[in-house]
Design a protein around this ligand. Structure first.
Ligand code: ZN
Ligand code: ZN
Length: 143
């Protein structure tokens, strides 16, 4: 009967290439410690994978690598959208007709007569209440 848990006799230490002998992962504790330090955690699935520290791999497999690139691409799109929103905001700070999740916070606005308004999108609200935009809106803050 073959014990599959035991390394083949010709297995060598992945660190120093000496024969493994009776050891499973590395020839010695020293090499085993090195071997362990060569493990990284996949940023996508959290799985441990073996890689040299000098390598820039952050994912365990090509599948995870594809997923990682997808996420990076999505980040790039969001960054571009935010940049565009910022550009528009700087050109037309109060009347821009755009909506991004960046502005989807809850805002509380107090008008001079003490009326409190709550809104999810400050810019949309200000667009709808442009008559108040002559500098009379006293307070606007995030809830
Ligand atoms: Zn070794
Ligand atoms: Zn992975």
């Amino acid at each position: 009967m073959i014990d599959t848990n035991r390394p083949l006799l010709n297995s060598t230490c992945p660190i120093c290439n000496k024969p493994l002998g009776r050891n499973k992962n590395a020839c010695s504790m020293k090499c085993y410690a090195k071997l362990k330090s060569h493990y990284k955690l996949c940023i996508i699935c959290g799985e441990k994978f073996q890689d040299s520290p000098s390598n820039l791999n952050k994912t365990c497999s090509s599948l995870c690598s594809v997923e990682n690139r997808k996420r990076l691409a999505a980040d790039g799109v969001n960054t571009a959208a935010m940049k565009k929103a910022n550009e528009m905001a700087s050109k037309s700070p109060l009347t821009g007709r755009f909506e991004t999740h960046m502005h989807a916070k809850e805002w509380v606005i107090q008008t001079p007569d003490g009326q409190i308004y709550k809104c999810r999108n400050l810019k949309n609200w200000l667009r709808e209440h442009e008559d108040m935009l002559d500098g009379t809106v006293r307070q606007a803050w995030m809830a």
